[in-house]
Design a protein around this ligand. Sequence first.
Ligand code: GAP
Length: 548
Amino acid sequence: MMQNQSDQSRMDRIVSLAKRRGFIFQSSEIYGGLNGFWDYGPLGVALKRNLKEAWWQDMVAGHDELATPAGAPEPYEMTGLDCTIIMHPQVWKCSGHFDLFHDWMIDCRDSKRRYRFDHLHGRWAAHRGKRVFVVTDQSGDDALPHTVTRAQKFFGVRANKIEEIEWGGGLEPLAEAVKGGRALLADALGPDAAAPGTLTEPREFNLMFETRIGALAGDDDDRAFLRPETAQGIFVNFKNVVDTSRVRVPFGIGQVGKSFRNEITPRNFTFRSREFEQMEIEFFCKPADSAAWYRYWRDRRWKWYLDLGLTAGRLQLREHAADELSHYSVGTADIEYAFPFLAEGEFGELEGIAHRGDFDLRSHMEGKLVRRDGGLVVETGADGKPRHRGSGKDLSYFDDISRERYVPHVIEPSAGADRAVLAFLCDAYHEDEVPDEDGKPRSRTVLKLHPRLAPVKAAILPLVKKDGMPEVAIDLYRRLKPHMACQYDEKGSVGRRYARQDEAGTPWCLTIDGQTLADRTVTLRDRDSLVQSRVPLDEVVDLLRDRL
Ligand code: GAP
C-alpha cells in the first residue's frame, strides 16, 4: 500500500533509525553538529559503498562494449576517471560556475536568519485594520499552517478567535509577489521575525566554496574552489583519455566523488547537503546521434533504480518542458522520488539526464560561451577580448574511419549518491507485525533493501551458546565471510537477533539449532517473506552466492 507521502512523522522515524542503528550521524555532533554535513556510520558506509559499487559495476566496470545494450543505437565503450576536488580556477570560469552558479538569498535583520529567496512563500493577512504579508520558509503541507500560526502570534489572536483573521488570497512565492507589485518587502513579516519590514533586499550568493592555495596565499590569483560537480574533471581530461586509451566515440567516462555546494538552506536530512557525492557519466557521441543517445541514457538510468528495487509508484521520470531547455539541448529529464518529507504529489530530484551539446568541450577550448541568436559564441568583455579565456587546446575528435573531425556532443546522466541512499532507505523502511517465538504478533521495523545494497547479507545465529552450536556457526561464518558481508551473533534471544537484523536490512538469517547437529541442515529465514526453510549446511555458501 502507498504510504502517505507527506508523512513527516514517518520521516522522523527513518531519521531516528538511521541514527540509532549507525547509518547516518550529524557531522561533528559532539560539538553541536554542522548544518548540511553528514557522516555515514558503520551500516551507512556499507550501504553507500554498495550503492556506488553497484553503479560503477553496472555502468562502467561491468559494461560489455562488444554488445549493443537494449535501446542503444550501437555498442559503446565505458571508462573511468578520478579527478581532484580542487582544479585550476579557470575551469570554473569557463564552465560558467564562477559567473552563474548562484542562488538569491535574503536575510532577516531581526532574527539574523538567512533564507533562499525562492524558498519563501507568503500571503496577506488582516486583523482589525492591520495588514501584513505573512512569509513562511516551510514547504508542502506545512506552509499554510505555518502562516496561520505566524499571523495568530503577530496579531495576538487566541486560538478560539482564529477566524477573525482575514486572508487575502492563497500562498504565492514571495519573489513573484514582490516582482508583480502585490507585496512589498516592507510589509513582509519574515518567517522568524517579530515585526514586518526586517527582510533585506535579495542578494546573489555564489554556491562554490572558496579556498586559497599555498602558504603565502594572499592575492586574487590564489583563489581556488572546491568542485561543485565532478563533471568538469571529465571534460578537461577528455583529450588525455582519447590520447592515452583506445576509446573511440561513442564512449562514456564515469566518475564518483565528492562535490561541495555552499547551500544557503541545507535541509531535509541528507537531501540538500553542503558536501555530497555524485556519480556522473559524460557520454561523448556524434552530434547527429545525440538525440538517440539521450533517450537511451534516460531510459537506462530510470531502469537502474527500478532494478534495484525502488517502488515504481514513488518514482517519476520528468521530461523538462521545451521552454525549460537550453537552446542547444534536445532534452533534459529528471528522475525524481516521492520522499516522505515532501507533500503529497511532490517529488525530489535523484538524478538529471541532460543533453549538453558541445557546450562544455567548446567552452574549455575557446572560452566561456554565451547564447546569442540561437547559437553559442564566446562571451567578450568591454575590450572585445574573451571574458574568460579557454585553454586554447584542440578538444575536437578525429574519427579515423569516417575521416571526420567534430566536437562531440555530450549526454550527462548525473546522480547523487547521498540522495540515492536516502531514497533507498526511505523506500525500504517498513513497519509490520511478525509472530514472536511464542507465536504472538510483535511489531517490527524492517529495511527491505535489495540484497546488493544491504550492508550485511547474512547473519549466522547459533540458537544457544552451548551444545556445539557456536562452533558450527563460527565455521559457517568463516566459510561465508570471504564471499559476502556477514555477521556472527550469539547475544540475546533468537527473536531479538532477528529483529536487530531486520532493522539493519539483512536479507538472510541462518540459524544453527539442535537439528543442525543431527542432520547438518540450518534454518534459512527470509527477511521479507519470513519463510523459514531447511538448507544443507554444506550448500549454504553456494546458495547465498547464487541468490546475490
Ligand atoms: N553535472 C551536473 C550536475 O551537477 P545537478 O542537477 O546540479 O547536475 C546532479 O546535480 C545530482 O547531484 C542531483 O540530481 C542530486 O542527486 C545531486 N545533488 C546536487 N546538489 C546536491 C546537494 N546539495 N545535496 C545532495 N545531493 C545533491
